[in-house]
Design a protein around this ligand. Sequence first.
Ligand code: MG
Length: 380
Amino acid sequence: MTTGGRTVALIVAAGSGSRAGGAIPKQFVAIAGKPMIAHAYAAFAAHPRIDDVVVMIADGAQALAFAALGNVRMVVGGATRRETVALGLAAIDAERVLVHDAARPFVPAAVIDRVLDALDGPGGVDGAVGAMPVLAVADTLVRDGRVVPRDGLSRVQTPQAFDLATLRRAHADWPDGEEATDDAQMVRRLGGSIALVQGDVMLDKVTHPEDFATADARVAWETRSASGFDVHRLEAGEELWLGGVLIPHDKGLSGHSDADVALHALTDALLGTIAAGDIGTHFPPSDPQWKGADSARFLQHAATLIADKGGRIDFIDLTLICEAPKIGPHREAMRARIGALLGLGEDRVSIKATTTERLGFTGRGEGIAAQALATVSLPR
Ligand code: MG
């Protein structure tokens, strides 16, 4: 039993992940808009009982890991999982270590607490030098067509917590050329006692291509809707850009950029869903670089900010308010253009038009107004 001292989490992410079938190792493939490894990293980094997090990567994966995690502590691993963990254990200074597989992206804080408590916390398990989460086996198991009794069987998960000195010894004493499926098995070989704590289905491994969809669905999403509104003046001698499409008309919209009132309202709606200010916050009209700018850039910037948060755009609805030109003949071109800019199917892009019965500035043909509503999903 250990007391006091530092606790370091070691995330093992050095595998090639070939069973997932992708072009890049699975730990760098996005789940809910974030590389898989980033989910587990965030869980350990945020836990108050973890002092440091070290990520074990394959040689050559430095750039991928940096893109996924930024400037965090990384150590290059070895040819096998066992070698990789041993290199990690040698690189850290701590009293206890949690060893976790990056293929289990979602790490409930309660499981971290349970393994640490079992190791040496209040109500710790006497004599335990390690602790691991396990789940009961619910399905009937068969081998060669014959039912295997489930009694005493459980599914072993990570993170597994250990007294660091004990785990280092277990690795040092492990016979060369033999592989171990996990670290608890190695400590047991020394005669060390491993406490079992309740695991969590959230910790299920992402191994095969279809597991990514399951993992995606495990993220709690929230739906957000926000609106945007804009007006621009119609003037002779200007081009009329509307919804990303150039429309032949005797007047065009004037403004600092290309004055595409539809894309501006839409950009504001998208920015609203992440409370990121408005179009002027990001592209100040006082800045000469946005003079005559293609408003598609503004729209795509808002979409990128949402994607950076792991979010996705579900639906947009745009209403154009003007007497002329007629919107109907251009509606499909606008839907296609906006859908292409946002990577959305056209069934997720709605465009409507109305007049104001010749009343007000739109009714007199002095300008065009647009209002937009955007609905997005963001991971909680
Ligand atoms: Mg505008």
